[in-house]
Design a binder for this molecule. Structure first.
Ligand SMILES: [Zn+2]
Length: 275
């Protein structure tokens, strides 16, 4: 059983138009989007769920992340925000991270992989395939340079036992599960972690804003447009979001959060935001 989970923000993006991104404030001020990763302490070492962008990305953002990402999302680039820096700040060695579980391989999630070359990297086959041989319209989201160091991939296929009405695949053991949530990308998944209180489900990019999980869903205009634009299958993404809402409503012991919502992150973070 996981015995301590750190919520870490590995990247803050400040695109223009806060009202259209966060649903509050002015359209003339900067928005705030975060990259919510998890660092899990276990008796067998550390497990990282998603990696944000990495130290090499911070050093050369346009070349590694692409002009579009670097200029449209306006990332705050600082080495101290990277997962590897935060692991060190929590008192661990880089080599203590034995496993990385990826919700998907988009540019803002996979950039930290080269900072942990010895970790086993768990991902669904469909995502690995899509990212390894990106189609023309996927070239903005996947950056093969982020895995040019040949990570120790552990490729999973979405065949497993049922978990609260969802398919599930054991990533490592009975306490860390991959939950297929395709739609945002071809092999996108959530990661469920058993805790002493129940389950924490990192839903990745299955949704972007906390209000999407309410009974009267609402998503700021720019976020909604981006999700439609980037989705590999918007219909599937919408169906999975409905299932997530039912899960959260019917199971009080399951806590769901996504990767990019600062409101959820601020609520869950056990450690202060890295300034
Ligand atoms: Zn993302």
């Amino acid at each position: 059983m996981a015995y301590r989970i750190h919520h870490i923000n590995t990247l803050t993006m400040c695109p223009p138009g806060r009202a259209l991104v966060n649903g509050n404030g002015s359209v003339f001020s900067a928005g705030r989007i975060i990259c919510h990763c998890l660092l899990i302490e276990t008796e067998g070492g550390l497990i990282l769920v998603d990696t944000g962008i990495g130290s090499a990305d911070v050093a050369d953002p346009v070349a590694r992340l692409g002009w579009e990402f670097a200029h449209i999302t306006r990332p705050q680039l600082d080495q101290k925000h990277t997962a590897v820096a935060q692991v060190a700040r929590l008192g661990f060695k880089t080599s203590d991270v034995r496993h990385i579980v990826m919700t998907h391989l988009d540019v803002d999630h996979a950039g930290g992989l080269p900072d942990f070359p010895d970790a086993q990297v768990h991902v669904f086959h469909a995502e690995h395939h899509a990212a390894s041989q990106p189609l023309w319209d996927d070239r903005f989201r996947y950056k093969p340079v982020q895995w040019a160091h040949a990570p120790k991939w552990v490729i999973h296929r979405p065949i497993g036992e049922r978990w609260l009405g969802f398919d599930s695949v054991k990533a490592l053991d009975d306490d860390i599960l991959l939950i297929p949530l395709e739609g945002h990308s071809r092999g996108h998944c959530g990661v469920a972690i058993r805790t002493q209180e129940g389950w924490l489900l990192h839903a990745g990019d299955a949704y972007f804003h906390h209000t999407e999980m309410t009974d009267t869903p609402n998503c700021p205009f720019a976020l909604n447009a981006f999700q439609r634009l980037i989705a590999s299958d918007y219909g599937q993404r919408t169906r999975n979001l409905s299932r997530l809402k039912s899960l959260a409503r019917e199971h009080n012991d399951v806590l769901v959060h996504c990767a990019h919502c600062p409101t959820e992150y601020d609520r869950l973070a056990l450690t202060p935001l890295v300034a």
